[in-house]
Design a protein around this ligand. Structure first.
Ligand SMILES: Cc1cc2nc3c(=O)[nH]c(=O)nc-3n(C[C@H](O)[C@H](O)[C@H](O)COP(=O)(O)O)c2cc1C
Length: 451
């Protein structure tokens, strides 16, 4: 078969993920392979997409090969999908699969994002390999890569594939008109709305205006499209080593001064291609200069989203998981699928209420699981990720269970005690009562909160 690897990594031929593709090429020489370095050559493809078009037209199977970047794919692959959707390339009915490497931090949302976009183009989904970036170096990892490829061929031979359901045509909803009264601003706190609203996206612009009007605190709108980015994150890890980005376009200063100083950060965008316009992903990826540090933890966050957000389960997971991992208080999402004005006013009031009352919430699986992946990664890579390591030590993020010696000892002692038949008899049916004792003590000490 004619197999095209579309390499979304900005590192081009130096991509770790591409090594899995190269391994498969050597393992299964009966097929004809080619590589399109879409990520590294995105600027050239923006000017002339014909090379990509002919490569796709000639292929029987397309395999998207890319690293996971901040919950999804690199900005460059997002941009590639925009260009591909606008092109004449014949994608319909073509088989596609995915190969990705990462540390498994939200690889699931990245895989779904690519799947949804390729399915939009009428392509047939036949599977994915989501490997750890080191997997190819082990026998087990190579076996898994081979298994993926053999299953891929098996599925194609047997016509096992998934296609997007035909969606019924949607009529565009009316443009939202500003209608909320302007609330006089009080000082003390500041809210930043970070958006990629295009000049002609009047709908989203009006939503932001109304959110700002309904907010009792001053709202500063930061449009990432206005920032003179020199380019997308290159994945070069220069920032991890030296703390400085290779681009000297002032992004880090902009991020620290214009965004991270606010008490609440609200993201505003219009849904497209199962996320939003790639300008937002460019902004997301460049935040890699923060390393793996939740520098805005304790602040408040929320979203203003225009479009069919309720139909985008994967996007909902991304927004909720981002808030959770960041340790920010999630005030909610205001959309334009129902009573837009009510939702915007509700979000504005909730953000102010959360700020006034210092609300916080425990992390869910999204945040706890994600933080543990980072914890282990930073600990191992502390020699390089020095700023992350310092931050993790200072903020008690190294919560390794093996450090909790007291707890381990107490459990061992309890286990020993419970071996005795006499103790077992005494404890029979009483275990839950004993487990509750420390909580009962807390409730005993609870006092009414003063207003
Ligand atoms: C900007 C940036 C963002 C990243 N985001 C994630 C992430 O969200 N989840 C994850 O598991 N790994 C993440 N990584 C790690 C890469 O996915 C991993 O290093 C990958 O193997 C690189 O592949 P490549 O050499 O093909 O580009 C990120 C790396 C960079 C540079």
């Amino acid at each position: 078969m004619k197999i095209l690897f579309i390499n979304g990594s900005p590192k081009g031929d130096r991509s770790v993920t591409l090594c899995t593709a190269r391994h498969l090429e050597k393992r299964y020489p009966a097929h004809e392979y080619s590589v399109l370095n879409a990520g590294a050559r995105i600027k050239a493809l923006e000017k002339d997409f014909s090379e990509a078009e002919s490569a796709i037209n000639a292929a029987e199977v397309v395999i998207f090969v890319y690293p996971v970047y901040t919950f999804i794919a690199p900005y460059q692959l997002h941009r590639f999908f925009e260009l591909l959707k606008a092109s004449e390339a014949s994608c319909k009915g073509k088989y596609f699969a995915e190969i990705t490497t990462s540390k498994h931090f939200y690889d699931v949302t990245a895989l779904k994002y690519v799947e949804e976009n390729a399915c939009d183009l009428g392509m047939r989904y036949v599977g994915a390999l989501s490997a750890d970036m080191d997997d190819l170096r082990s026998e087990k990892g190579r076996h898994e890569a081979d298994s993926f490829f053999e299953r891929l061929m098996f599925d194609i031979e047997n016509g096992h594939y998934k296609e997007a359901e035909a969606l019924c045509a949607r009529t565009d909803s009316e443009v939202y008109a500003q209608q909320l009264p302007y609330k006089k601003k009080t000082g003390g706190k500041e809210v930043a709305v970070v958006t990629n609203a295009a000049t002609d996206d009047i709908n989203l612009r009006n939503m932001i205006e109304d959110f700002s009007a309904a907010c009792k605190y001053r709202v500063r709108v930061v449009n990432v499209r206005d920032f003179p980015f020199k380019g997308g994150c290159l994945g070069c890890f220069n920032c991890a080593v030296s703390g400085k980005c290779v681009y000297n376009d002032g992004f880090e200063e902009f991020l620290r001064k214009d965004v991270q100083t606010a008490d609440a950060i609200i993201y505003a965008f219009t849904v497209s291609d199962h996320y939003t316009h790639s300008s937002f992903k460019l902004y997301d990826d460049r935040q890699f200069c923060n390393g793996h540090r939740a520098v805005t933890a304790g602040k408040v966050t929320g979203y203003i989203i225009s479009g069919r957000y309720s139909e985008e389960a994967n996007l909902r997971m991304i927004t909720e998981a981002r808030a959770d991992v960041s340790g920010m208080y999630f005030a909610g999402v205001a959309g334009d699928e129902g009573d837009t004005a009510k939702e915007l006013e509700g979000l504005a009031k909730t953000v102010c209420f959360a700020l006034d009352n210092g609300l916080s919430a425990p992390k869910s699986f999204y945040g706890v699981g994600g933080t543990k992946i980072f914890r282990d990664l930073v600990y191992l890579m502390q020699g390089i990720m020095q700023a992350d390591h310092k931050f993790y030590k200072a903020h008690g993020i190294y919560d390794f269970p093996q450090k909790k010696r007291g707890m381990i000892f107490a459990m061992k002692a309890l286990g020993l005690l419970m071996r005795s038949e006499a103790v077992q008899k005494k404890m029979k049916g009483e275990m839950t009562k004993y487990m509750l004792l420390p909580y009962e003590k807390v409730i005993e000490k609870t006092v009414p909160k003063e207003n």
